[in-house]
Design a protein around this ligand. Structure first.
Ligand code: CDP
Length: 213
């Protein structure tokens, strides 16, 4: 009998290091990686480019989403950070994107990163992680990702922290699929940990799961 393909859920708030961990874990395990945030970002981008407010009904754009929308280079900009969390609060948008996420992992398994992967998209995932860090650490990490080593301090740091806290609040307080740690998810607090240390911790937990399968 062949074991069913391994599905690993990686959830958590903005810029906590989910993507870094999920990508590295996928490479280590030879599994495909799915960044579900890109789906919401691409829907927000379609809204903005059509001259529409992402807070308005985005269901038509979600249904019309094409593979090439995900390959755009302008999805990780502040306007789309905010727009993604506005379209993601809409139940019709989430419903339109659900099957796409499930189909991706159904045949081969996958490491999937997002906000509701362990709670809604794959409630039966083999291993679930909830990755987090303080808002300050996360603001600094996101800044480093987009601006390299240019310093972030004073009022600019305060503004970046506020933006992250506002997005977390929107993601956690929405009615449909809010950002919440699944009861059976393993929490990893990543303040003070390097990407390699987080990967080691997560790898140990996946290995433990394998010995139990
Ligand atoms: O990379 P970062 O953590 O900043 O964000 P992301 O994972 O690309 O997600 C962007 C936005 O999409 C989030 O703020 C959520 O509002 C939404 N999202 C969601 O609602 N559900 C998911 N599974 C993934 C993302």
């Amino acid at each position: 009998m062949t074991a069913r393909p391994l599905v690993i859920a990686v959830d958590g708030p903005a810029a906590a290091g989910k993507g870094t961990l999920a990508k590295a874990l996928a490479a280590k395990l030879g599994l495909p990686y799915l960044d579900t945030g890109l789906l919401y970002r691409a829907v927000a981008r379609r809204m903005v480019n059509a001259g529409l407010d992402p807070a308005g009904d985005a269901s038509v754009e979600a249904q019309a989403l094409q593979q090439q929308d995900l390959a755009r280079s302008d999805l990780r900009v502040p306007e789309i950070d905010r727009g993604a969390s506005l379209v993601a609060a809409q139940p019709a948008v989430r419903a339109a994107l659900l099957d796409r996420q499930r189909v991706f992992a159904s045949e081969t398994g996958a490491v999937v990163d997002g906000r509701d992967i362990g709670t809604v998209v794959f409630p039966d995932a083999d291993v679930k992680f909830f990755i987090t860090a303080s808002p300050r650490t996360r603001a600094l990490r996101r800044h480093r990702q987009v601006a390299g080593e240019t310093p972030l301090e004073g009022s600019a740091l305060d503004a970046a922290v506020s933006e992250i806290v506002a997005r977390d609040a929107r993601d956690s307080s929405r009615e449909t699929a809010p950002l919440v740690q699944a009861a059976d998810a393993v929490l990893i607090e990543t303040d003070g940990l390097s990407a390699a240390e987080v990967l080691d911790k997560a790898g140990e937990i996946v290995a433990l799961h394998h010995t139990r399968r």
